[in-house]
Design a protein around this ligand. Structure first.
Ligand code: FES
Length: 142
């Protein structure tokens, strides 16, 4: 599966997520909507070992969302990202599967960073912002 890293020259403007302080160490993730290969998808960002990480909320085993409660991805020991469906375990730092039916696969990474107290994600060739509807002014009636 392709890695969804930043795409130089693709106008990867920072997309604000939340205050960086809202993402506490090994705490609840922030969920956000994106377009993955042009299709609606959900992504999540969390803090692990002090660093922000973000991935598409899609298991590498079966393409379903993984959280056992909205924004809850980590196991009881707060060590692994665990898929709530069949228990696949992923390394939070890099998204690689470390156990379960997803072995040798990985989560689709979303580039995320914190700047001036703000957590932001960065679009790539594969992961784009959701375009909100543009409401155009109606043509003037005759
Ligand atoms: S769907 Fe995630 S482990 Fe099977």
């Amino acid at each position: 599966m392709p890695e969804a890293g930043p795409a130089p020259g693709m106008g990867a403007a920072a997309q604000p997520l939340c205050a960086a302080a809202d993402l506490v160490e090994r705490g609840k993730a922030v969920l956000f909507d994106v377009l993955l290969w042009g299709q609606p998808a959900r992504a999540f960002a969390l803090r692990f070992d002090g660093r922000l990480v973000a991935y598409i909320n899609r298991c590498a085993h079966v393409p379903v969302e993984m959280d056992w409660q909205p924004g809850e991805f980590l196991d009881q020991d707060k060590r692994w990202i665990v898929c709530s469906i069949h228990g696949a375990s992923y390394e939070p730092a890099d998204g690689h599967c470390v156990g379960g039916p997803c072995l040798r696969s990985k989560l689709i990474r979303v580039t995320v960073a914190e700047q001036a107290g703000q957590a932001c994600w960065y679009p790539s060739t594969d992961v784009r912002p959701v375009v909100t509807g543009v409401i155009s002014a109606p043509e003037s009636l005759p």
